[in-house]
Design a protein around this ligand. Structure first.
Ligand SMILES: [Zn+2]
Length: 480
């Protein structure tokens, strides 16, 4: 049987016999508002009479067009009837534009590739310890001071030059517009209460100690976080989120909630006072209170919050929050889903694309089942989706970013559409190779095939190199 070079691979393919050359003037019929389709599903029929696309909505038509574009790499295309619909409603790719900044041009290339693989969410991680990347008018120092750091000290890859960058309001609108034309929703992330050293460098009075800090230069987890006992913190957060909501029309806004050490809160009179006033038993509950306050603010504006799974530690998080699972040793995410909450799966050892191929080979990403252990039948239904994450501490330029991202992001996209039984990594590899010319035309160069699934021997070498590079053990991504 012919292997169609299509990713995600369609669930239903019927060969009608013969093949055709699809020239620009080849007849094309598009039927929108067709009945009996999933909102993103489509039917694509290629015959000697022409191409016909049927779908309920624009997204389905767009996905059929992407499939058709991929098929054309074959030259003469077999006559087929294809039907497909996604397995998950949320199929995302996250870009950390803080540790290293991706210019608009790079973002557009990444979006073109995401659209080709029929992803539907672009999660833009815009704020962190090492920088503030979204222009903010109400608190101007965030962009004036917070967008620059004195140096970059990521493992052994140090660069002692100043580093900076941010997106203007106009550029952020352009990203939203570019994505929307490709049926992609941009979910902006403003990380809090941890990963906020860039804020504290601008407004030291918002930390528990008031000490003047610089924008972070190292990877990992910083002890200084927003003071939960200071009402001015919420003034800033609400102003920032209001500006974010003006630009980004997405139903959901990501509010971080990860890796927030509680040392400062334990020692801070204001945080301790807040806990007493609110009847909170410990600092994790204080984070729960903090996060819920933001969740309520977003809900008042018709938006839903997404938060990383650490926010569940408080036991207080409301079930209208979507939880993004990356590492959860206590199974709180599974329990959340089993009790009706929605979760997005970004398992750090399978979907974190900053890990070298020697640690996370393509087949590991490809074969990962997002219906993770610990979910009951109800919990499995509450897996809202999946997301590949591009953390950029070790990706200092766009070429390196593409190298780490592809083909693994395409494997995640495949999982986003596929029924589990249909997964076959060897076939995926052949398809990806056939599609590589399209990616190159988009300005994206994937890692060479020789690196995708390294031998055990070379994998050991990669692991040793990776950990020796991340010099400070306390600051290795992955610690909770
Ligand atoms: Zn405090």
């Amino acid at each position: 049987m012919v292997r169609l070079p299509v990713i995600p691979c369609p669930d239903f393919v019927e060969y009608l016999g013969g093949e055709v050359q699809i020239t620009p003037d080849f007849p094309l019929t598009i039927t929108e508002n067709a009945e009996g389709f999933d909102p993103e599903g489509y039917e694509l029929k290629i015959s000697s009479d022409g191409v016909s696309i049927r779908a309920a909505r624009g997204a389905g038509i767009f996905y059929a067009e992407q499939t058709l574009k991929q098929l054309k790499v074959m030259g003469r295309v077999p006559c087929v009837l294809i039907k497909d619909e996604p397995a998950f409603r949320y199929r995302g790719i996250m870009l950390d534009s803080v540790r290293h900044f991706t210019e608009l041009e790079g973002i557009k290339k990444l979006i073109d590739a995401a659209a080709m693989f029929q992803l539907i969410v672009f999660h833009l991680h815009m704020t962190d310890d090492q920088g503030w990347r979204n222009q903010t008018l109400a608190w101007q120092r965030l962009t004036e001071i917070g967008s620059k750091r004195p140096a970059s000290e990521f493992g052994n890859e140090n660069d002692m030059r100043k580093y900076g960058g941010y997106y203007t309001k106009q550029q952020m609108r352009e990203i939203v517009d570019y994505c929307s034309k490709r049926h992609i929703e941009v979910v902006p992330e403003i990380d809090m209460p941890g990963h906020t050293r860039a804020i504290l460098a601008c407004y030291p009075e918002l930390s528990c100690t008031g000490e003047q800090l610089s924008v972070g230069t190292k990877q990992g987890i910083y002890s200084d976080i927003l003071c939960a006992g200071n009402d001015k913190v919420f003034d800033l957060v609400f102003d920032v989120l209001s500006e974010v909501m003006e630009i980004f029309p997405s139903k959901r806004i990501h509010i971080g909630g990860d890796e927030a050490p509680k040392k400062r809160w334990r020692e801070c009179p204001k945080c301790q006072k807040r806990m007493k006033e609110q009847g909170l038993n410990n600092e994790e509950e204080l984070q729960g209170w903090f996060v819920n306050r933001i969740v309520d603010f977003l809900a008042e504006h018709g938006r839903q919050a997404i938060a990383w799974n650490e926010s569940l530690k408080s036991g207080l998080i409301k079930d209208n929050v979507v939880i993004q699972y990356w590492m959860d040793k206590k199974g709180l995410s599974q329990a959340f889903a089993n009790n009706g909450g929605s979760i997005i799966i970004s398992d750090f050892y399978k979907y974190y694309l900053d890990y070298p191929y020697g640690m996370t080979p393509l087949k590991k990403t490809y074969n990962f089942n997002p219906l993770i252990e610990g979910l009951n039948e109800q919990g499995k239904k509450n897996i809202f989706g999946i997301e590949a994450t591009i953390w950029t501490e070790y990706m200092c330029d766009f070429n390196k970013l593409c190298h780490m991202t592809f083909p693994r992001a395409a494997a995640v996209a495949q999982t986003g559409w596929a029924k589990r039984g249909s997964m076959d990594c060897e076939s995926f590899i052949e398809k990806f190779k056939a599609l590589t010319p399209i990616l190159k035309d988009l300005g994206i160069t994937p890692a060479p095939e020789s690196e995708w699934n390294p031998s055990v021997f070379s994998r050991v070498g990669t692991v040793v190199k990776f950990f020796s590079n991340a010099l400070n053990w306390d600051m290795i991504r992955g610690r909770q």
